[in-house]
Design a protein around this ligand. Sequence first.
Ligand code: GLA
Length: 394
Amino acid sequence: MISLNLIQEFQRIFNTTQTPRTFFAPGRINLIGEHTDYNGGHVFPASISYGTYALGIKRDDQKLRLHSINFQNQGIIECNLADLSYNKADNWSNYPKGMLLYLKNAEYEITHGADILFYGNIPNGAGLSSSASIEMATGVLLEGLYNLSIDRMKLIQLGQRIENEYIGVNSGIMDQFAIAMGKRDHAILLNCQTLEYEYAPLELKEHAVVIINTNKQRTLAGSNYNERRAQCELALLELQKECKIESLGELTIEDFEKYKHLISDNINQKRAKHVVYENARTLEALNKLQQSDLQAFGKLMNESHISLKSNYEVTGFELDTVVQAAWEQKGVLGARMTGAGFGGCAIAIVGKDKMEEFKNNVNAIYRDKVGYDATFYMAAIGDGAKEILEGAVQ
Ligand code: GLA
């Protein structure tokens, strides 16, 4: 749906003749560096052209009226600036409510309510960060409507706090960062400990990134995500008895091998192993990309998946089936799960001339083994969260 239609929808739903302003926040893929962000390691994500549109106008009173075209049956969810507390029954609208609350608490001047319409074309629960996308779309919309000047890093950190404290998912900073800082045709290498980052052109030549949705839904709140994080924290505590480190991300592979005996629990040792090796792979991947060595880049993606499967144990039957099927196809440089895992999406880098064959073959194998279809999306790497000015809509 293009912006013009969304504007008409806005006017119909909120029964107004006013023209709202339109903002957009993308979803993200992560090329490599999985489950490293909350361990102070590196990630290498990119924002995609799928995302969340947020259209809004300021109100004269304190009311907040929220509607999502994706959840039409929930109608307009109404609340008041004076009470923005989390309410399970408010469902998806807790994300925008959380953003309002956290901005207000951070002393940004939001004195009036708003009518806001959301429309997202990121598949829900697919691990492409639809929730961080709603948060960041709300953030840039409020920044625009209330004429605030919000430091991007501050907005990103508020988004993460909303997830951690308000929603209750102990996620890291990658999703909000990738979504707020994305740059067309670039991936971002982020050091999650220092928050230093650099953009790297994603020059894949005759190849393209394809997103493969397993259509196995998952929510982070219902997954073992928080458990993985806790296991890493336990491993870190034991390593700290002899290593002067603040996070697993600071450990080199050599030091990990030297000190891993300090981690008493076998499972926790495997979790830490994944983090340390994945962090090293992520830095190597950037190098390979910069040297245009796409073969080596793809191989690192494959190794990442294998470690997420056997050390971190967050892949599962559907993701393993789809990734294995991808590896077997001609013209594939690499394939891996992306995001938290436990279902959701994989990504593959595939020769453009082999793309149709790739999709058909992978889907046939997947349907045969899993019993339903996978969905394929071509990923254009787009800009981060921003206002969409008239005439600039895709
Ligand atoms: C989710 C979280 C991120 C990150 C990934 C795994 O997307 O929101 O912070 O931990 O999982 O890499």
